[in-house]
Design a protein around this ligand. Structure first.
Ligand code: PMP
Length: 397
């Protein structure tokens, strides 16, 4: 490209973008012979296809013209009310105007970048954190301040005055974190909201997996605890993991002034979330469908997680450690110090096994001897086979 100049100029923001490591890996894993623990896709067996089909039919037959019309930026009112009522059932008093419907929580991350981040703004993130959030925020050129974590997740005491000074927000994933699968204990949640309240540091709580708990007791959310402690919490939710991601439907719960600004941002971004998707999802869930549907999804995920943990126990050397998630879709492996996850991946791909190496999940200095395994979309025999191959490669490293 150096012999002539391109007839267009990308923005500096766009020039800085790089392709996600996961996307590159996913290209390889499309080959059917590859056993892939790389993707973050929910299990399609858990999608309630018939119920969603019936809901779309009813919406289009009974209300077709409204369903195909533009709608308010804030979202379809009955769906917003459903979200507010759902929180109220859990003891958090949310009103309709504290709820904004978005096109998946990924859009919420982009909108929060637009809302809070100027070039050079400090943003606190867990180390490691969700890669998709780092990508969204990075478009707005923040400076990341990683918060140290241990096997129990983010360590609230490590959010020192110096670390938090001038920060715009903390991005936190308290339940079955992507990528580690780790959940914050109630004591840490409480300490975190108190710390953030004292520091006047807003918390962005991303919780796509909270409903997918298959072990242990449900724990109070940061929104719930934060309200009592006087912390500002922006809570992101999504229908991607409880129904299906192709619907592209999520929501933000936040104090009114934040929602009001986000509405302006969303208007400029895409006017509103697809009306027909919102109406069909409301039609699907309004009679309590999720309570009937979720136990089967949780059972499926629990079984899959069990296969993976058994295989790790059998095939991985004792020099490796790994997390034991109580929900969600991910296990995080720490390899012996001398093994680099990216190099292990190169050798694994030669043997038709894929995963995501840990390094890209770190906004700061990465722990390269780590990797993420996603277990919900792979059959039992392929989980065992894939983990066996990884175990062999680790022993040979
Ligand atoms: N946050 C986290 C932590 C995720 O894992 C995902 C999906 N991979 C998202 C947000 C985005 O989900 P969606 O846009 O489908 O709601």
């Amino acid at each position: 490209m150096d012999s002539y100049t391109l007839p267009y100029t990308f923005s500096q923001r766009a020039q800085k973008l790089t392709s996600s490591t996961i996307r590159e890996i996913l290209k390889v894993t499309e080959r059917p012979e590859v056993i892939s623990f790389a993707g973050g896709l929910p299990a399609p067996g858990g999608f309630p296809v018939e119920e969603i089909n019936a809901a779309f039919d009813r919406v289009l037959q009974q209300n077709g013209r409204s369903a195909l019309q533009y709608g308010p930026t804030e979202g379809y009112t009955p769906l917003r009310q459903w979200v507010a009522d759902d929180f109220r059932k859990r003891g958090v008093d949310i009103s309709l105007d504290e709820v904004l419907i978005v096109s998946g929580s990924q859009q919420a991350l982009d909108m929060l970048g637009k809302l809070f981040i100027d070039p050079g703004s400090k943003v606190l993130v867990e180390a490691p954190s969700y890669l998709g959030a780092l990508q969204s925020f990075s478009l707005f050129e923040p400076v990341y301040a990683p918060v140290p974590t241990d096997e129990g997740g983010l360590i609230p005491e490590r959010i020192t005055d110096t670390l938090a000074a001038g920060a715009r927000f903390l991005y936190a994933l308290p339940n079955f974190q992507n990528p580690t699968g780790v959940s914050l204990s109630t004591a840490r949640r409480q300490a975190l909201v108190e710390r953030c309240a004292a520091l006047q540091l807003p918390i962005v709580e991303d919780d796509p997996y909270g409903e997918l708990r298959y072990a242990g007791e449900p724990l109070p959310g940061l929104l719930q605890l934060g309200r009592k402690a006087g912390a500002t919490v922006v809570r992101l939710g999504t229908f991607s993991k409880v129904l299906a991601p192709g619907l592209r439907l999520g929501y933000i719960v936040a104090p009114r002034p934040i929602i009001a600004k986000l509405v302006q941002i969303k208007q400029a971004t895409d006017l509103h979330t697809a009306t027909v998707s919102q109406m069909a999802v409301y039609e699907t869930i309004k009679g309590g469908f999720l309570e009937q549907h979720l136990p089967a999804v949780r059972d499926l995920y629990k079984r899959q997680c069990g296969y993976m943990l058994e295989a790790l126990q059998e095939h991985f050397p004792d020099t490796c450690s790994y997390t034991r998630p109580e929900g969600g879709m991910f296990i995080w492996v720490t390899l012996p110090e001398h093994i680099d996850g990216s190099r292990l991946l190169e050798r694994a791909i030669e043997r038709n096994v894929a995963f995501v190496p840990g390094a890209p999940f770190y906004a700061g200095s990465p722990k390269t001897n780590t990797l993420r395994l996603s277990f919900v979309t792979v059959s039992e025999d392929r989980i065992r086979k894939g983990v066996q191959i990884l175990g062999e490669l680790i022993r040979a490293s």
